[in-house]
Design a protein around this ligand. Structure first.
Ligand code: SF4
Ligand code: SF4
Length: 363
């Protein structure tokens, strides 16, 4: 297993981290095996939260940890709101320790965080006092945050100096936080990249995306993980894994990755930029053509089509198209033409919907 510095914490984190929110809800024995096998494979970061998996996430994680929080980077997570106090936040930290069956969490994440929540965290008698108290009592080691605020706002958050890591989405298909990740690298803030396979979208085969990786990747999921790790400011790729096979595949992918130079990464970014530009020449999802009185989801269909044409994710797009409500699908278009004058990109919507129906629906 490859290890990387987790910001300025002095910790070395495994390049592959486990997001425990995908552990199998109805198979606790398998969940314990997956966590145990991950530790055996060298994975040392486990992200947990009390609410995930219908409140089962930490219960499912605990047996695999077997109380082994020392030497591992196990994180808990709680959000902050207007009514959060130091007392109720501290009680939540204690509760998560208890459920996980450990006496220490290396990281505690302020979840669902954003710039507008900084005052709620830092107010007198607020959650930051609870985190400081937990740290001084040796219950937690470090403080991080996770969330989905804008890249600009997250850059402001890391510049407050409160946090030692951030957990944000980053993948081949979502590079919006790349500037924030670069700033984190400058500041020495650890970066845990979540959703590296774009919510499973990159589990579908795409020869174009596999070819991006130096030397080529053997699967698109492998390309997805390796792309994230090619960014030198990323500390680890956090993947939700629920089977031993998925774990073994991801461990093998990370172990096989020889790394990429800064030039390699810039080249990959450049090609992905070209893909995105190509996608924008088709439908930009502005929505001006909606609503179609016959119920066709015009931007939804074109979004699938773009991912098939631009990123080569045809298998994924066909699966999504098959799962759409029939009235929303391209083949429900009556060719009335009412939408076309509304499109600022002057797209031939009717002809393109026919192409979607043909290529994704086989119609
Ligand atoms: S042409 Fe098709 S998509 Fe456009 S408004 Fe008519 S039925 Fe809807
Ligand atoms: S108006 Fe044109 S670009 Fe905008 S969503 Fe509709 S088809 Fe796409």
């Amino acid at each position: 297993m490859q290890y990387r510095p987790l910001g300025k914490t002095g910790l070395q984190v495994s390049a592959l981290a486990m997001g425990c929110m995908r552990l199998p809800q109805h198979d606790p024995e398998l969940a314990a095996q997956v966590v145990d096998a991950a530790i055996a494979a060298g994975v040392n970061y486990f992200e947990t939260t009390r609410g995930y998996i219908n409140g089962r996430c930490q219960h499912l994680t605990a047996p695999g940890l077997k109380g082994r929080s020392r030497g591992l980077i196990v994180s808990g997570k709680t959000g902050v709101g207007e009514d959060t106090t130091a007392d109720n936040y501290f009680a939540e930290i204690e509760l998560q320790l208890e459920i996980l069956g450990v006496d220490y969490l290396e990281f505690y994440q302020v979840g669902w965080f954003g710039w507008d929540r900084v005052p709620m965290l830092t107010k007198k008698g607020g959650a930051l006092e609870a985190l400081d108290k937990a740290r001084s009592q040796g219950l937690i080691g470090h403080i991080g945050f996770t969330g989905h605020d804008s890249p600009e706002n997250f850059t402001k958050v890391i510049e407050t100096g409160i946090f030692e890591s951030m957990t944000i989405p980053y993948s081949m298909l979502n590079r919006a936080y790349a500037p924030t990740i670069a700033r984190a690298g400058e500041l020495g803030v650890g970066v845990v990249a979540m959703c590296p396979v774009a919510g499973g979208m990159l589990a579908s085969p795409s020869p174009q995306l596999q070819a991006l990786i130096p030397g080529g990747a053997h699967t698109t999921a492998a390309a997805a993980l390796q792309f994230v790790l090619a960014n030198h400011a990323v500390s680890c790729a956090c993947s939700g894994m629920n089977t031993l096979e998925m774990l073994a595949e991801n461990v093998a992918t990370v172990n096989a990755f020889a790394g990429a130079s800064a030039d390699d990464h810039a080249r990959m970014d450049g090609i992905l930029d070209e893909f995105r530009t190509l996608g924008a020449r088709f439908c930009t999802a502005c929505g001006y053509c909606m609503t179609c009185q016959h119920g066709v989801d015009i931007p939804g269909n074109f979004g699938l089509y773009n991912n098939a044409r631009v990123y080569g994710l045809a298998g994924w797009a066909k699966g999504q198209y098959a799962g759409m409500a029939t009235e929303k699908r391209a083949d429900a278009c009556t060719q009335c033409g009412e939408c076309e004058p509304k499109c600022p990109n002057t797209l031939p919507i009717r002809a393109q919907l026919e192409a979607v129906a043909r290529e994704l629906g086989g119609g």
